[in-house]
Design a protein around this ligand. Structure first.
Ligand SMILES: NC(=O)c1ccc[n+]([C@@H]2O[C@H](COP(=O)([O-])OP(=O)(O)OC[C@H]3O[C@@H](n4cnc5c(N)ncnc54)[C@H](OP(=O)(O)O)[C@@H]3O)[C@@H](O)[C@H]2O)c1
Length: 264
């Protein structure tokens, strides 16, 4: 039977990998975006903004399943509230949410924590909105995507000296592998909070940056910076990692090699 699915954030890094997988799996796919777009490649687009709630009633209308990938560095709790209320009224049967590894382990208590790690608190608050929505739900927490690490490396390499958070490690995962898992979850029965998804290896941030510089034949000095606050301390102890869930296959080196190949 064909499922009608709404993908929020279907234009983003993760969402645009989820959308074709669902379509190719035989689903009728609708994408929510703040920008108006014409239907293309068998995908319907609806215009709406989760921050204001505008257009969301129409977006959720008839959607049996919602894969909620829309997000930004802050305000995901309110965006999710503006989604679940109309979705409940519309009788959505399954809400699938993507959160981040460590959302429940990184304490965001002070202004310093909030300034640097407010994202984790906002993801946890959004998870709670999903849990309390009354809708059948599934939440997957994923580690940082390779694309995000690449963006950070590109920005930092613009500086003559790269400040590196001392003791920070990441376990980057490929967004395409997260998309595969989300699709599997979306087409399955609501499962609640499922096991975390991390990439195949844990790296010191300095090593991730060195890998980027090596792949691009660039040289930069790195200076370790000890970040203050409880959240930073938790990250230094590995609260953002899921070493027991190193289920991703594609490594940072594989990802970089492909990107460099594409650039040349
Ligand atoms: N990136 C990571 O490393 C990572 C790791 C773990 C979890 N996650 C989570 O995965 C999700 C997707 O991340 P991503 O990296 O793919 O994000 P992204 O590339 O920045 O894309 C964000 C998406 O959210 C949509 N969006 C943002 N604000 C919106 C609003 N007010 N109303 C409607 N849509 C809105 C954007 O759509 P339009 O611009 O078309 O409106 C866009 O499609 C997020 O929830 C993120 O927290 C990300």
């Amino acid at each position: 039977m064909t499922s009608r699915i709404l993908v929020t954030g279907g234009t983003g890094t993760l969402g645009r990998l989820v959308v074709p997988r669902l379509r190719d799996g035989g689903c009728e796919v609708r994408v929510l975006s703040r920008r108006t777009r014409q239907a293309a490649d068998g995908i319907e687009y609806v215009t709406g903004d989760l921050s204001s709630g505008e257009g969301i009633e129409a977006a959720v209308d008839g959607a049996e399943i919602i894969v909620h990938c829309a997000g930004s560095s802050k305000g995901d709790e309110d965006k999710t509230l503006n989604l679940v209320r109309p979705a409940s009224r519309a009788g959505t049967q399954h809400l699938v949410y993507i959160s981040v590894v460590g959302a429940d382990r990184i304490p965001v208590v002070s202004a310093v924590d909030r300034a640097m790690f407010g994202y984790f608190a906002s993801k946890l608050a959004a998870e709670r909105v999903v849990t309390d929505s009354g809708l059948p739900w599934t939440t997957l927490r994923a580690a940082q995507f390779h694309d995000l690490v690449l963006t950070v490396a590109q920005q930092m390499a613009k500086l003559p000296v790269m400040p590196v958070p001392a003791g920070f490690r990441f376990q980057p995962v490929d967004a395409s592998e997260v998309a595969d898992r989300l699709v599997e979850l979306a087409l399955g029965t609501p499962a609640g909070l499922v096991p975390d998804m991390g990439g195949p290896r844990v790296y010191l941030v300095a090593d991730l940056l060195r890998g980027y510089l090596r792949a691009h034949r660039r040289h930069r000095m790195m200076v370790p910076v000890r970040l203050p606050g409880k959240a930073a301390r938790a990250v230094r102890t590995g609260a953002n990692l899921a070493p027991e869930r190193a289920v991703g296959h594609r490594t940072w080196e594989d990802f970089l090699a492909e990107r460099v190949h594409e650039e040349t």
